[in-house]
Design a protein around this ligand. Structure first.
Ligand code: GLY
Length: 361
């Protein structure tokens, strides 16, 4: 993918939650990470946590920058992939931090996508009851979503993200240049999340994404998504209300991911989930057919899927084990129009009918 052109000024988005921090977006930030980290904490040591794939691309740049800023840098690397976001890797990170004598005043710097940010954030929130965490997202999906807002997590066999904390980072550094090397699929996944923000709450942004490809306005898209997320997090840090609108497409999406044993990636599953819930909303007169048509058109423009082979029964069984579902009810995010959604609780037993209305067999 190509990068965005135009003026390279830093965009700084302040997130106000239990901790106030900035999300900085600028090309070339990776090479200046050390000075930025030094600006937010007085740590003497920095634990750089990354996966092997990302570290091979950007690790030395960030490490050198941290060292130049005066940090003693220790690096913990693990193989790339969602399957690594588990108790074993988490335990290894804690033992590593202890062996390297990281103190509470030190800092964890995570360099990578959502898996790295989530597990490093969980370690940062629990080791010594919490030390500073700086997120450096290197996928579009983590830049527009998971690096901001303080949700940390690891997976258990029983469900994804079943263990975690709310723990806001001290800083998020996003370098659009680092996203240039993304594989096409990873880029598209991030586009699905960006489209989600448009459907959820910003019709104008949705139109911008339709008119101009994300890769031609990368810094703008990241900053705009972060601003929407910033507002959700400021209003509802602990996910008790409207922050849950960010889960648009996720209830069905998680079921698709789970049915596929995670061979369908998160962003693709969210694209399918958004389409299915919008189709069901149209069938139930919650939105117009035009809303569904516009959504399908933009997802197809970005090469994202809109259908799944899994049956309503299979998806229902998968959804029942989702951690967000209490014994008898489930929450859906329902599009009323492009740019406007609402939350609705339904009885779990009604879900198969929603899935069939969404297009599942
Ligand atoms: N990814 C959804 C949230 O942060 O609430």
């Amino acid at each position: 993918m190509s990068g965005g052109m135009g003026e390279n000024r830093m965009q700084r988005i302040r997130v106000t939650a239990s901790r106030t921090y900035d999300v900085c977006v600028q090309e070339g930030l990776l090479a200046r990470a050390g000075a930025c980290v030094a600006g937010v904490c007085r740590a003497s040591a920095a634990a750089l946590i990354s996966d092997e794939t990302v570290f091979a691309l950007y690790g030395e740049t960030v490490k050198a920058s941290l060292e130049a800023a005066g940090f003693r840098v220790v690096c913990f690397l693990f193989p790339a992939g969602e399957s690594q976001k588990n108790l074993t890797t988490y335990g290894e990170i804690l033992h590593f931090l202890a062996a390297c004598r990281l103190k509470r005043s030190d800092v964890i710097v995570s360099l990578g996508g959502g898996v790295v940010g989530d597990i490093a954030g969980f370690a940062a929130s629990t080791y010594l009851r919490g030390l500073s965490h700086v997120q450096i997202p290197t996928t579009l999906l983590s830049a527009v979503d998971s690096s901001v807002g303080g949700k940390t997590a690891i997976n258990l066999d029983s469900a994804k993200n079943q263990v975690g904390t709310f723990y806001q980072p001290a800083l998020v550094l996003c370098d659009p240049l680092a996203l240039r090397s993304l594989p096409e699929q990873s880029y598209r996944e991030g586009c699905a999340e960006a489209i989600k923000y448009g459907v959820m709450g910003d019709e104008r942004f949705f139109s911008e994404l339709l008119d101009t490809p994300v890769c031609e306005q990368l810094a703008h898209v990241i900053a705009h998504c972060v601003m929407i997320k910033r507002d959700c997090v400021a209003a509802d840090e602990f996910d008790l209300g409207n922050r849950r609108l960010l889960n648009l497409g996720h209830t069905i999406g998680h079921a698709v991911e789970s049915c596929s044993r995670y061979t369908v990636s998160h962003g693709y599953a969210v694209a399918i989930g958004m389409t299915m819930i919008t189709r069901a909303a149209w069938k139930r007169n919650i939105c117009k057919e035009e809303t569904l048509d516009r959504l399908c058109a933009i997802l197809e423009r970005y090469g994202l899927p809109t259908e799944t082979e899994y049956t309503a029964d299979a998806l229902y069984e998968a959804a029942r084990s989702d951690k967000k579902i209490s014994a008898s009810t489930l929450e859906l995010v329902l599009p009323e129009d492009i740019g406007r959604c609402r939350l609705e609780q339904i009885a779990l037993t009604e879900f198969p009918a929603w899935l069939r209305d969404g297009g599942a067999r």
